[in-house]
Write a protein that binds this ligand. Sequence first.
Ligand code: NAD
Ligand code: AKB
Length: 316
Amino acid sequence: MSTEKILIIGAGGQIGIELTAKLSEMYGSSNVVASDLKNTKAFPNNPFETLDALDGKALFDIVRKHGITHVYHLAAMLSATGEQHPMFAWKLNMESLFNVLDLAKEKHISKIYWPSSIAVFGPTTPMQNTPQYTVMEPSTIYGISKQAGERWCEWYFKKFNVDVRSLRYPGLIGWKSAPGGGTTDYAVHIFHEALKSGKYECFLSENTALPMMHMEDAIRATIEIMHAPAENIKIRGSYNLAGISFSPKDITAEIKKHIPDFSISYKPDFRQGIADSWPKSINDSEAKKDWGWHEHYDLPKLVENMLVNLKEKVGV
Ligand code: NAD
Ligand code: AKB
């Protein structure tokens, strides 16, 4: 019998769908409560709760009702959408985090996972092999909210011993779900269009390198950091994760090995400015040292996996 009762907030999103499935495999579906603003067909076997993460009272009631011990708080507004709705992005990303941190401060839950992002870095950050500790002057509201969130997580840990763990994900690429409102979303859309129409118009320029990661690696990293002994988690802000760094030109060359006629054109929009402010590659030696992180996917493996699964399992 599992003693962990998990609540996933934002379970219907790109990460939530895959994390809910993986945690359900590990703990049993009845021990993993999925929640989001609206129900989807994604969780036929899990308890589901309709929840606005800004409603602290409703969140508390759900935690009490299900005897929740661990919360994975994924609801947020991402970089591109956040620039369109800055005040709401700030409200959602910050206030929902406080609601969850306060549950742990009051000892209603014992462990929290909350993701940060490479968006915490900005144009004055060293762009190559960006270290864990460096200049951080994010220029998006999303990045500012994630940076502030990291500091709050560390503060709650130091002041109230709240066991909160966090990763600075790179752009995540998976075949099971669509991304929502990010700057790195092109690296998922490109596969769908390569299979559907053989061509793709990219909203970033051809040499814009960014750190990315296969969703399987990201889910595994999430589960590994949550299961690491507490004394190994030396960083209570958020850990760098490197993943794979590539540009639209690099991923196109790799896709062309499978679909030789695939073509790409470039029409950069406002997301180019966001991408230009982010690191090109990340140093994740602290995650490797503290809790043994190691990624499995390189670019050729990622591209092959995406194309095969989208074709065979999703029918794109
Ligand atoms: P997503 O946009 O795909 O999913 C977010 C989910 O949260 C959606 O299902 C949405 O309905 C839900 N949601 C929004 N507002 C809510 C509210 N008020 N109450 C409850 N649910 C609400 O996002 P994602 O890509 O799955 O990202 C999840 C987390 O990971 C976010 O914190 C994001 O910042 C972080 N992250 C994602 C990436 C990435 O590449 N996907 C990279 C770095 C960090
Ligand atoms: C985004 O592009 O906003 C996200 C992220 C890297 O945080 N994918």
